[in-house]
Design a protein around this ligand. Structure first.
Ligand code: ADP
Length: 598
């Protein structure tokens, strides 16, 4: 795959780029490839990676059996060279942003079901041969493991390729129902075709699966930004192959139809069980309903703050504004270094040293940008009619502008290539690609997110920021903080950008992650989501009462999946047959233990 190869569009594949972003995608790819020094692929060091306790003969027999009911196009052996590609042309065989060796976490084969009943058949097949399976919707879970299975040799169930329909858009009710392969790009385009005044909520990049992101509890930036909270109704294939509908979907509609309130009311009668299918390995979700936001007036804005030390005060100002719901969305507070990174230019544009990007160089760099010499930048959006947006903005301005030297900007006051214009799109439900730009910071760039949940208070903000910055310095990484303040808590997202061609950088990135996880836990901060390599360590930090939560999860896992075939190890949940057998990765021995299984 070279930079000039054609980028698939939405009309040719479910994971393609929409026509409106074709030129932007071409340019993004060109920029990324101009910094690439890695070859597109290298010959494989080993043959097909076998599932645990499975001989080549058993795998061959199992694949032959699977091919019989899925057809030749429904199964693919993973024996070709691994290609990382890039965001819009991503692999379903491994983690394109590998933070250990590219070949360590790979699947043995990929299956492409076309229907829920085929998913059920695959699950029954996996039970018959005791082969672990790893479901993906789009496989673009970048920064968190991509399409890689946690147990090498698992069979990836790529749901998206053939199950990618928007099943329903209900304009009156402002809801939709989607299959796993529907990306934010596709849902947006389908809604535009209807002409209905509805918004979707999109994360920073629009290529992920709407369903996959929601069950991994991803977030976006409109008032509907908590994706799992805005789901309504799920259809789930359980680990024994049986089928379940949650919420009102459990009550059959008239004459065999779907229940008319399936996408309207989240619960059924009895326990609310949807949550156990998010960030877990208890089922494969084949359909999911979502609430959509009625289109609204909106106004994005940016506020800049001059001093590093303004950070705790900014946090104190945000909390009451968020709790009173004056702030219209989940705003982002970013460090000024991000203003440089989002220009899409490489780090070397400003600084050539191998050490950390010096603060004085950030200052010199931003001085030349429209924001000027600032330390923090706040991006927010307000919703409603003109009069209410105006009055909300007056309250917001008077609160923030109490910080000396802070400045307020509207998008119309900034140049057309400024990052704020991409925030305007994202915060009004238009999926974009712009956020890829900071990946040009380093050649062959990949990234990992460290994302602890922290109380929204100045003292806690100081503790976490100091801790993260100190450890970034220790391990030799620039600190890229984005703080998403929900109100009572904030997601502090530290973005570790590393060069995939540099083994030492990868080692340091892992070391930094591991140390941040354990140091943050000592302060009482835990991650809301993590890369699969760190799942065990993060799960272990949630260890109150001798690991009561882990035991509860294991009890459910063993009851639903006695053979342990569904995504073993996902979110640190291991089935009985794997426990106590050194599958858990809680330190750098992690790497040895995965290697030993190759
Ligand atoms: P994205 O939607 O961002 O492209 P993925 O498809 O990789 O992401 O899904 C994100 C995570 O959720 C992965 O860890 C994957 O194992 C899990 N997952 C994705 N789709 C499903 C599904 N339909 N059912 C169960 N788990 C899923």
């Amino acid at each position: 795959m070279s930079s000039s190869s054609r980028i698939p569009t939405l009309t040719t594949t479910h994971s393609g780029v929409p026509a409106r972003l074709k030129n932007e995608a071409d340019a993004a790819k060109e920029r990324l490839y101009s910094l690439k020094t890695l070859p597109d692929s290298v010959p494989r060091k080993s043959n097909v990676k076998l599932p645990p306790n499975t001989s080549q003969e058993t795998l061959d027999a199992a694949i032959t059996a699977l091919t019989k009911f899925l057809g030749k196009d429904g199964v693919e052996i993973n024996n070709k060279p691994l290609v990382d590609g890039w965001y819009m042309e991503h692999p379903n065989t491994h983690d394109a942003y590998h933070v250990i060796d590219q070949e360590e976490m790979v699947c043995s084969a990929i299956t492409y079901p076309s229907s829920t009943s085929e998913v059920q058949a695959i699950v029954k097949w996996a039970n018959e041969y005791t082969i672990p399976i790893w479901p993906i919707s789009m496989g673009r879970n970048i920064g968190y493991g991509g399409a890689a299975p946690r147990v090498p040799g698992s069979v990836v169930v790529d749901l998206g390729r053939n199950m990618n329909k928007v099943l329903k858009i209900d304009g009156g009710n402002a809801t939709c129902m989607v299959e796993p392969g529907v990306s934010y790009f596709k849902l947006y385009e389908e809604i535009q075709k209807t002409g209905l005044p509805l918004w979707i909520d999109t994360p920073d990049l629009g290529g992920g699966s709407v369903l996959g992101n929601a069950i991994d509890r991803g977030v976006g930036y409109t008032p509907y930004g908590d994706h799992f909270a805005n789901r309504c109704g799920m259809e789930v294939v359980l680990p024994d192959g049986s089928l379940l509908r949650t919420g009102m979907g459990a009550l059959p509609g008239k004459n065999g139809e779907d229940n008319p309130t399936w996408e309207s009311f989240q619960h059924a009668y009895g326990p609310s069980i949807d949550g156990i299918f998010s960030q877990s390995n208890f089922g494969i979700v084949t359909k999911m309903g979502f609430w959509l936001m009625p289109a609204s007036g909106h106004q994005s804005y940016m506020i800049t703050f001059p001093r590093e030390d303004d950070f705790p005060q900014i946090v104190e100002i945000i909390r009451p504004l968020a709790l009173k719901r004056v702030l219209g969305n989940i705003p982002q507070l970013r460090h000024a270094i991000q203003e440089l990174a989002v220009t899409g230019q490489p780090r070397t544009t400003w600084y050539n040293g191998p050490d950390r990007f010096p603060r004085e160089v950030v200052r010199e760099g931003v001085k030349k940008l429209p924001v000027g010499d600032v330390s923090w930048v706040f991006y927010g959006t307000q919703y409603g009619d003109e009069a209410s947006i105006f009055s909300q903005l007056e309250i917001i301005k008077s609160a923030f502008l109490s910080i000396p030297g802070s400045k307020f900007y509207l998008p119309s006051e900034l140049p057309s290539d400024h990052y704020i214009h991409s925030r305007v799109s994202v915060c009004s439900g238009v999926p974009v690609l712009k956020e890829l730009d900071w990946l040009n910071w380093k050649p062959n760039a990949a990234h990992l997110f460290f994302s602890p949940i922290v109380p929204t208070s100045s003292s806690h903000a100081k503790i976490i920021h100091t801790l993260i910055d100190r450890l970034h310095e220790k391990w030799g990484f620039d600190t890229f903080p984005t703080i998403c303040v929900a109100g009572r808590e904030m997601h502090y997202i530290a973005n570790i950008v590393y060069n995939r061609a540099n083994e030492d950088e990868k080692r340091r990135a892992r070391g930094l992650m591991r140390e941040m996880i354990s140091e943050a836990a000592k302060e009482g901060f835990g991650e809301y989501r993590t890369h699969l390599l760190f799942a065990d360590q993060v799960a272990k930090t949630y260890g109150w009462n001798g690991g009561a939560l882990r035991r509860f999860n294991e009890t459910i896992k063993d009851a639903l999946d006695p053979k342990g075939i569904l995504a073993p190890g996902r979110n640190g949940i291991w089935p009985k047959s794997y426990r106590g057998k050194r599958w858990e990765l809680v330190g750098e021995e992690a790497k040895k233990s995965v290697k030993a299984r190759l």
